[in-house]
Write a protein that binds this ligand. Sequence first.
Ligand code: PRP
Ligand code: URA
Length: 206
Amino acid sequence: MKNLTVIEHPLLARALTRLRDQSTPPQAFRHHLQECGRLLACEATRFLDSRPVRVRTPLALASGVELKRPVTLVPVLRAGLALLDPFRELLPEASIGFVGQRRDEATLHPETYLFKVPDVKKADVFVLDPMLATGGSAVSTMDLLRKHGARRIRLVCLLASPEGVECVTRAHPDVPILTAALDRRLNDRGYIVPGLGDAGDRFFGT
Ligand code: PRP
Ligand code: URA
């Protein structure tokens, strides 16, 4: 799993623990998921390419950097919306695309119900989805992004299953996957175990 990075950070691990806890109420769940989003955003943007620039301080010229390419954030609806604000805090200039994926509970196959994404040909693209379970939603999203010319994609999730990582790696071997934890397995309903349950339902209180 060489394209997988499991981020180790005590604050991320603590927030994830709160999210896993079934007694965490929706308001606290939202708070902790966004807390995780901020830490994931910091780590996921660590390797963005930059180039040198010069700026004039009030005293002298100084060397600095700017990002080499524009950034596009692509939350996978619904649950991916939870990660959007934390990423936008760090990347206010990023353009945003939306992909709606609904998992058929019987077949576990994704069904795309929305694809509204700006020009991504020259962008660094972050696909945001807290849960990487079978991998179907992520692969379908990235297939569509590729079809629209995306060349540099990173997948950011909170929890991943070994099955999901394998599925993404097979379909998109060049896509780095960042996650806060790699869980044990999927159950027969396609849920990550131990996981945290249904991320979208818990975040939106549905
Ligand atoms: C969840 C989650 C992912 C998907 C992961 O979405 O947010 O998008 O399942 O599962 P997969 O890896 O097996 O495809 P869901 O379909 O429940 O929709 P929601 O976000 O609207 O709740
Ligand atoms: N989607 C979720 O929200 N949770 C899982 O465990 C799997 C898919």
